[in-house]
Design a protein around this ligand. Structure first.
Ligand code: ARG
Length: 560
């Protein structure tokens, strides 16, 4: 039925071209009984305008409606019953997908409007967390989906590289630091210094003063402090880069919090000029009414805060990119922060604050509990990946021992499994991190979809030339696939509108399932007459499955 719905618009177009009346999609009904057609148009609403009986109108329309997409029509009691032609629809769809290739499903909905996507955004000298992994994967997929829908996306990695903690880190490094140690394992080592700082400061509170002084020096541009900070930053980024390479994610900007260091004074001044600042315990805040805690703009010691930097960043992004939408892919727990951010911007008179949207997501759980990764996600991911690669390699050795690029394929499967398990549910849900279940080749997994796609490619390889498309008959298994393929453009549109990659992930599962049951039941290569058509259908499946996987940020190996 879903597929028929997508064909409605084609039928509506035909109706409008062929009759005097103007028909809208909502007027078409879905008859309960198959003998009344796939779609039906009641003609009663047109009687008055046309001064004819509905019976007559139905007869006239039924006669005029000619198209390869329609098998036959019937006029019954003022209704036009429309029977869709499997052959016609299948042929036109296969031709369309083969002509458009990977452009199938693309649209100009976004009209080239810019969407900035704040994503990943880990903190330097701190472990890359599960939350940062989710933000990276979800943000990347949303970017792909929006690009396909005609938007121009700017992926911004808003690195957490500024704040009082860097004063503490500088102090700790000067006391206990060692170059070699840091180079060998930057994040783990810096984190260790940072933890040690806090332990020692418990006993010797004056350390905190040293930390504050060090951050002040950094903010004032002290060259020694800056050099160290830069080095911490670049070592951390190198380590983060390993994840981005594994995931195949790139960014358009790495402007993080530090970038806004010298852009905050004008913001604070602007807030002041617009009479929005109030003093509270020596700090400067913006009051946001009874139901909302005030936004803290400047501490009593003059230090700026997270929200201050985000204000500067939001305004800078608007000026630089002229976005139509500005997205922030950040965990549920920062909802309040983004609500405050938007409210302050709106109080400042920036009506574009309505175009800012927080894209929240849930936690990654292990056995129902929030996952804590002592060593950070980089180490964990590498462990997971190695395990995944081993598992995938085992399967390959069994099924396809002569495969040329085993390592590459195993990586695509391992990483793909992690991405898919993240994206297959709505992002607001918490998800359970279970390596062995996400690597299953059966069930709702990434490898399941990738295998279906590779299977399809292998048939095409075996068959050689596809040949001339001529359809004799479309069986039920094939019709199921056709209806699914036909849905793809509206699926892309829906996922773009709701900024929800799970729509694509679920679709990919459905299509893979339909393809697999076709594969299990239909002998593709043995029926010479139907072979060219079936191969063309399979080719269309590989295009749409490949595109679905790409939108999720996954690879689609042709051989596995
Ligand atoms: N670095 C922050 C964190 O790890 C996330 C930043 C999100 N983006 C933003 N513009 N505030 O919690």
């Amino acid at each position: 039925m879903k597929g028929v719905i997508a064909m409605k618009s084609e039928v509506v177009k035909l109706l409008n071209e062929n009759s005097l009346i103007s028909v809208e999609e909502s007027m078409l009904e879905h008859p309960v009984h198959a003998q009344m057609g796939d779609l039906a148009l009641p003609c009663f609403p047109f009687a008055k305008e046309l001064r004819k009986s509905p019976t007559l109108i139905a007869q006239e329309i039924a006669e005029k409606l000619n198209s390869p997409l329609i098998e036959r029509t019937e006029a019954v009691n003022g209704y036009v019953n429309i029977f869709l032609s499997r052959n016609g629809i299948t042929e036109s769809l296969i031709r369309k997908i083969s002509d458009e290739g990977t452009e199938f499903g693309s649209s100009f909905t976004g009209n080239g409007g810019v969407v900035t996507i704040d994503m990943s955004s880990p903190n330097i000298a701190k472990p890359f967390s599960m939350g940062h992994l989710r933000s990276t994967v979800i943000g990347n997929s949303i970017a792909n989906i929006l690009e396909k829908s005609g938007y121009k996306t700017i992926k911004i990695n808003y690195i957490g590289d500024w704040g009082t903690q860097f004063g503490k880190l500088l102090t700790a490094y000067r006391k206990w630091g060692n170059d070699e140690e840091v180079k060998a394992a930057p994040i783990q080592t810096l984190l260790r210094y940072y933890i040690k700082f806090h332990e020692e400061a418990e006993l010797k509170p004056s350390l905190n003063d040293e930390g504050r002084a060090a951050f002040k020096a950094l903010e004032d541009g002290d060259s020694d402090a800056l050099a160290l900070w830069k080095w911490f930053r670049s070592e951390s980024l190198k380590e983060f880069q390993r994840i981005y390479d594994l995931l195949g994610v790139t960014f358009d900007s790495y402007n993080g919090e530090a970038y806004y260091n010298d852009k905050m004074d004008p913001i604070v001044q602007e807030l002041d000029e617009k009479d929005l600042l109030t003093e509270s315990d020596g700090a400067q805040v913006v009051e946001l009414g009874e139901d909302m805690p005030p936004a803290l703009i400047k501490k009593s010691d003059g230090a700026t805060l997270y929200v201050t930097r985000d204000l500067a960043a939001a305004i800078d992004r608007k000026q630089t990119y002229h976005f139509v939408k500005s997205l922030y892919v950040v965990g549920n727990e920062q909802s309040l922060h983004f609500t405050q951010l938007c409210q302050v911007l709106s109080k400042m008179g920036y009506d574009w604050s309505k175009d800012i949207e927080h894209i929240p997501f849930g936690l990654i759980l292990k056995n129902g509990k929030k996952m804590s990764t002592r060593k950070g996600i980089i180490v964990l991911l590498e462990e997971v990946l190695n395990e995944a690669i081993d598992l995938a390699k085992g399967t390959i050795e069994e099924k396809n021992p002569n495969l040329a690029n085993k390592q590459e394929v195993a990586e695509a499967v391992g990483v793909g499994a992690i991405i898919f398990s993240d994206l297959k549910q709505h992002r607001k849900h918490d998800i359970e991190f279970n390596l062995s279940s996400m690597l299953q080749t059966e069930g709702e997994t990434g490898p399941y979809v990738q295998y279906a796609n590779a299977r399809a490619h292998s048939i095409l390889r075996k068959a050689g030339n596809v040949g001339e498309l001529k359809i004799d008959e479309v069986n039920d298994f094939e019709w199921e696939i056709v209806k699914e393929l036909n849905q793809f453009p509206s699926i892309v549109e829906r996922s773009a509108r709701s900024l929800d990659p799970s729509v694509i992930a679920k679709y990919a599962i459905d299509l893979a399932q339909k393809f697999n049951s076709f594969y299990a039941n239909v002998q593709v290569l043995s029926d010479e007459v139907q072979k060219p058509y079936r191969l063309a259908l399979i080719q269309a499946v590989t295009i749409v499955l490949g595109e679905s996987l790409r939108l999720l940020g996954m690879k689609s190996p042709e051989e596995m």
